[in-house]
Design a protein around this ligand. Sequence first.
Ligand SMILES: Nc1nc2c(ncn2[C@@H]2O[C@H](COP(=O)(O)OP(=O)(O)OP(=O)(O)O)[C@@H](O)[C@H]2O)c(=O)[nH]1
Ligand SMILES: [Mg+2]
Length: 319
Amino acid sequence: MSYKFRDVFKAVDKTSVHWFPGHMGKGLRQMQQKLKMVDCVIEVHDARIPYSGRNPDFKNTVTGVRPHILVLNKKDLGDKSTYQTIAKDIQTNEGIDHVLFTNCKDQQCLGIKSIVPTAKRLIQGSNRFNRSEQPEFNLMIIGVPNVGKSSLTNVLRNRHLNAKGASQVGAIAGVTRSVLTRIKISIRPLIYMYDTPGILTPHIRNLEHGMKLASVSCMQDNLVGEIQIADYILYWLNKNGFFDYVQLMNLKEPTDSIQEVLLSGALMLNKSMKFNHPDGTTKLRPDFDYAARHFIRAFRSGELGKFNLDHVYSKRNDL
Ligand SMILES: Nc1nc2c(ncn2[C@@H]2O[C@H](COP(=O)(O)OP(=O)(O)OP(=O)(O)O)[C@@H](O)[C@H]2O)c(=O)[nH]1
Ligand SMILES: [Mg+2]
């Protein structure tokens, strides 16, 4: 059977989202001030949104003036068949030679193993600006929120120092709120890391970029709205021909209606919520928010497939 789905995503709610809370502006200023103490910048983003998930402002503010490694983290959640092409495209089109894919949950991850040796090589090959007399190397880790900057700092510290994590980690965007005191991650050579807060660009290029960031939780869900995030995920899955959500949400067939998806999910999960009926009584209705959270969680954990949201997959509209 053939299905017709939306070609364009339109926001129904909260279209004027405030993407740039105050601590980000402050964080960016702190990062720029610290830059004179930094020998190499480790820029971390989410491997599921390798292009739209990056903050373009970093190029003008922090990455352009120091040796730079681009890390695409959470590779365990993304589509690994696209990684080689991404690295090549970024090298060719943006001139970034050092692109590493990492998974902080994997002790044996090759990308993680090569961060410190690559940084060391880049620093030793640079003039170190005003820092040529300093024996220790300082790295700064930067990126948009919730991509794993603090996790990576902890993993490197654990790997090279055999010490436990020193930076707080959490599943919700905005855990690190300011540039932290430097954290030691290696003794020989002596290397420190400045962990920093996640910074989004204040000028998100278009609604789809914003929705992709929200879909992989680079901003807090309540800023955008869970139902709207679920709707974007549904739009993207349909557009690219991925229909595992039909079974997850107990539907009979694919649909482009988020209301239908959430109603079916709430009924299957047997979740309802009270509401005040205009007749003055309290009644129950299916809990759409709960169903939206269930759907988003499955998408983010890879249960519905592992995707590169910036890739256009060939459509598979006939089941
Ligand atoms: N699956 C997976 N999860 C990861 C990986 N790296 C980090 N996480 C998880 O992602 C979430 C965010 O990690 P953090 O290290 O706090 O991210 P951050 O970039 O420091 O976040 P902010 O400080 O809020 O900007 C946590 O729930 C981590 O456990 C990874 O490689 N794979
Ligand atoms: Mg952090």
